[in-house]
Design a protein around this ligand. Structure first.
Ligand code: SF4
Length: 386
């Protein structure tokens, strides 16, 4: 393959035209030293700018129920097989979830993502979730994404009717590699959930975790499968090494490799909201800001159980690179707000403190753990967690 200016120009033009690069080219984008990073980033940025301008969609996660999951996803601190020292709790109350939505909205979030541990929700839990979503939608102009686990058509229809905009269910890795990261459900189960979401008219959010011992071909397979499934939102996560997890040591990921992955995902999924998701701080390190050239979205306030960069640092990074946040508020207004409320500072996960969130960070609007009460509710009975 001849690598000259026309190679990069062709990537941009094909991306804007919606043409998918072939699998071999995608692997080369990850591997070939002849494909230089800066022109590759620029080619990906041209595609990103064409479809998304300079906007960054900021997402804030609500870990609506933490731990107690019977599944054995090897990367997950909530898995039954994980020994990670996380703060487990049952389902948050309606008031707590709605109050956290308010805080997320006022923090500049474009989208509020509610995540539930477990194989999949009972009908009772789905109806409770639908009630919460209706209340949030009545009060705040937030896009709502929920991540409830495995679903069928009936469940996804309940969520759609309640006003959920997107359903998140990550593929995480390729079909070939899937048995090495989970044995309690299959890749096909995950694809079925995504297809049910699509049939119900929900937009689809689905992504990958890079660094779980997969081959480059697996990373490419997921990108191309997500294109064929028409995923409108794609979180690209880089494995966060949580002590006690089955997969606690990530494969060695360099910052340049992570950026190549993001560029390749942009070329394969040019119109998707591409998110530099969990692990970006630790794996991209000093090159973190460059993720915004292929990606147009990121998380604020860390992840399900692990901390990210401080809110102020992330907002300043967006501003310094010349991007705007996609929000009712400008990035300057957000930074001013941070200056006034400088109390919410989190450890950047740089080794100087625990990477795990405290209970206060997981439940910022409810200081009481309330585990006993929550665990007695029918919605969080062990049978519901399958
Ligand atoms: S099903 Fe979800 S919560 Fe449970 S172990 Fe897998 S990723 Fe974690």
């Amino acid at each position: 393959m001849a690598i000259d200016q026309s190679f990069y120009l062709n990537l941009t033009e094909s991306g804007i035209a919606g043409e998918v690069p072939d699998a071999d080219t995608c692997v080369q984008l990850l591997q070939s030293p002849e494909i230089e990073l800066l022109p590759l980033l620029d080619a990906a940025f041209q595609v990103r700018r064409h479809f998304h301008g300079h906007e960054v969609a900021v997402h804030i996660l609500n870990n609506a129920q933490n731990g107690h999951c019977p599944e054995d996803c090897h990367y997950c601190a909530q898995a039954s097989t994980s020994k990670a020292d996380i703060e487990s709790y049952g389902l948050k109350s309606d008031d707590e979830v709605i109050e956290e939505a308010r805080v997320a909205y006022e923090s500049g979030a474009y989208r509020y993502c509610m995540v539930f541990a477990g194989r999949g929700p009972s009908k009772q839990r789905l109806e409770r979730l639908a009630r919460q979503v209706r209340k949030i939608k009545q009060n705040y102009p937030l896009q709502i994404c929920v991540s409830p686990g495995l679903m069928d058509d009936e469940g996804t229809s309940i969520l759609k009717d309640a006003g959920v905009d997107r359903l998140n269910h990550n593929l995480n890795t390729s079909e070939r590699h899937y048995p090495k990261i989970c044995t309690t459900h299959t890749y096909a189960d995950r694809v079925r959930t995504l297809e049910a979401a699509k049939r119900s008219g929900l937009k689809m959010c689905s992504g990958i975790i890079v660094g779980m011992g997969e081959a480059d071909e697996d990373v490419v397979d997921v990108a191309r499968t997500l294109r064929s499934l028409e995923a409108s939102s794609i979180p690209v996560n880089f494995l966060v090494p949580i002590p006690g997890n089955q997969l606690e040591q990530p494969a060695r990921l360099s910052p340049t490799y992570c950026l190549r992955v993001l560029c390749m995902y942009r070329f394969v999924n040019p119109q998707a909201e591409l998110r530099a998701a969990a692990g970006r701080e630790g794996h991209l390190r000093s090159m973190e800001v460059m993720a915004l050239y292929p990606a147009n979205s990121l998380f604020l306030d860390g992840y399900l159980n692990t901390r990210g960069g401080s809110r102020e640092r992330v907002l300043q990074m967006i501003k310094d690179a010349g991007f705007e946040i996609k929000s009712s508020f400008s990035v300057d207004e957000m930074l001013d707000q941070e200056a006034q409320h400088a109390s919410f500072q989190v450890d950047p996960g740089d080794g100087q403190g625990s990477i795990l969130k405290t209970l206060d960070e997981l439940r910022p609007t409810n200081q009481a753990p309330d585990i006993a009460t929550a665990d007695q509710s029918p919605e969080t009975a062990p049978s519901d967690r399958k």
